[in-house]
Design a protein around this ligand. Structure first.
Ligand SMILES: [Fe+2]
Ligand SMILES: [Fe+2]
Length: 388
């Protein structure tokens, strides 16, 4: 792949992971990229690396600009292995390179992953490093997305190397925002925010305040496209994603064995439709939980249904609820429903899990034994209408 010079002497030397379809459980239908940025100055500096198995490709890309042995600094904005995996390989080549990481969590993480023998240097939030004509300023952004995270700002070039923040799992040979379909990259940025950053909305809002105080020409994240013409747009999107204010929208998620829970789900959908509330309905057999969560992000109502199988909810529903609890969406109203043959434990279990997600329970769970009758389905619709 040809190397992109994003500003004079600053290159993206990262790699595109075209065929990745699952990033630790997150479905990545458009692949991803691991962006790494090479700055040619008195001190040759690399910002972030790539996954370990792309180390050779990274070295090849760097070699098109400069001999990798000449690298003086490797800035590690984030310990997670999609960005640090090639550090040992690079350190092997660039024997004198200093690996710059945050204090205390960056160094702790890198030592745990790669041992204590590498040439580390720790920096605190606000510290600067002069690399020649340019300097780099490090700003801690803890929990966006791990405790160690920092971003690197180059004031002379007005570039923010933002690591995971503002990233998208999106592979493209054209790396600038304006070279891609804006709707698609915003959609991927939203999916990325939802599935990676959502639990840390408060920290994101703090990081946004810092970012807004900087003079920025380019935001260069570690995944997806580089923001240049739509910086205002992506910052506004992040403010919207992270404000925890729900829209008047609903998400109905269910799995079904013999269609009874499915029938109930569609009666609930009818109730929302009659109230003219935008609603998304997902059958867990055919929908990926990372896609469902994108709709959960801004929805006010979260309605979850499961029949009872061997005294439990269906495993698909349990997976969704576990995943959702981890992502900790805020300010939601929730309701459990489902059909059953004899035990009926699943519906109460779903209700309990929704409580653990810190959602406000709208009403007692709705349970139907065996097959819902037409009258029962009408009753469900009425009940839901009375609750919204
Ligand atoms: Fe990460
Ligand atoms: Fe990442």
């Amino acid at each position: 792949m040809s190397i992109l010079e994003i500003k004079k002497g600053i290159y993206n030397v990262g790699v595109e992971d075209w065929n990745l379809r699952n990033f630790h459980g997150y479905s990545t239908s458009r692949g991803t990229s691991y962006n790494a940025y090479l700055i040619i100055d008195d001190k040759i500096t690399l910002i972030d690396t790539v996954k370990k198995h792309f180390s050779e490709e990274l070295l090849k890309n760097i070699s098109e600009i400069v001999d990798p042995e000449k690298i003086d600094y490797i800035i590690s904005n984030h310990v997670e292995m999609d960005h640090s995996g090639a550090i040992p390989c690079l350190a092997e080549k660039a024997k004198n390179a200093i690996i710059v990481t945050s204090d205390p969590n960056g160094i702790k993480g890198l030592e745990a992953h790669y041992g204590k023998k590498l040439n580390y240097m720790v920096v605190k939030s606000g510290e600067e490093l002069t690399i020649g004509k340019r300097k780099l300023v490090f700003v801690a952004t803890p929990m966006v997305h791990w405790p160690d995270n920092m971003v690197t700002y180059c004031p002379e070039e007005k570039i923010l190397f933002s690591n995971d923040a503002f990233g998208q799992h999106y592979a493209s040979n054209l790396k600038m925002d304006y070279e891609n379909n804006l709707e698609v990259i915003y959609e991927e940025a939203k999916k990325y925010y939802t599935n990676i950053v959502m639990p840390y909305g408060m920290q994101t809002r703090k990081a946004l305040e810092i970012v807004k105080s900087l003079d920025i020409d380019i935001i260069a994240p570690s995944h997806g496209v580089i923001w240049k013409e739509n910086i205002k747009g992506i910052l506004e999107k992040y403010e919207y994603f992270s404000n925890d204010i729900p829209e008047e929208e609903a998400v109905i998620v269910y799995d079904s064995m013999w269609n009874s829970t499915k029938k109930m789900a569609f009666s609930i959908l009818d109730a929302f439709t009659k109230k003219r509330i935008k609603t998304y309905i997902f059958d867990l057999k055919v929908n990926d939980i990372s896609d469902i969560m994108v709709k959960v992000l801004k929805a006010k109502y979260i309605i979850v249904g499961s029949p009872t199988l061997n005294n439990n909810m269906l495993p698909t529903v349990a997976a969704l609820l576990t995943y959702m609890r981890g992502l900790a969406p805020k300010n939601k109203k929730a309701l459990a429903f489902g059909s059953f043959g004899w035990g009926g434990q699943s519906i109460g279990q779903v209700n309990e899990e929704l409580k653990k997600c810190n959602m406000e329970i709208m009403a007692d769970p709705i349970k139907i034994q065996y097959i819902p009758t037409k009258e029962q389905l009408e009753e469900i619709e009425k009940t839901i209408q009375s609750l919204i």
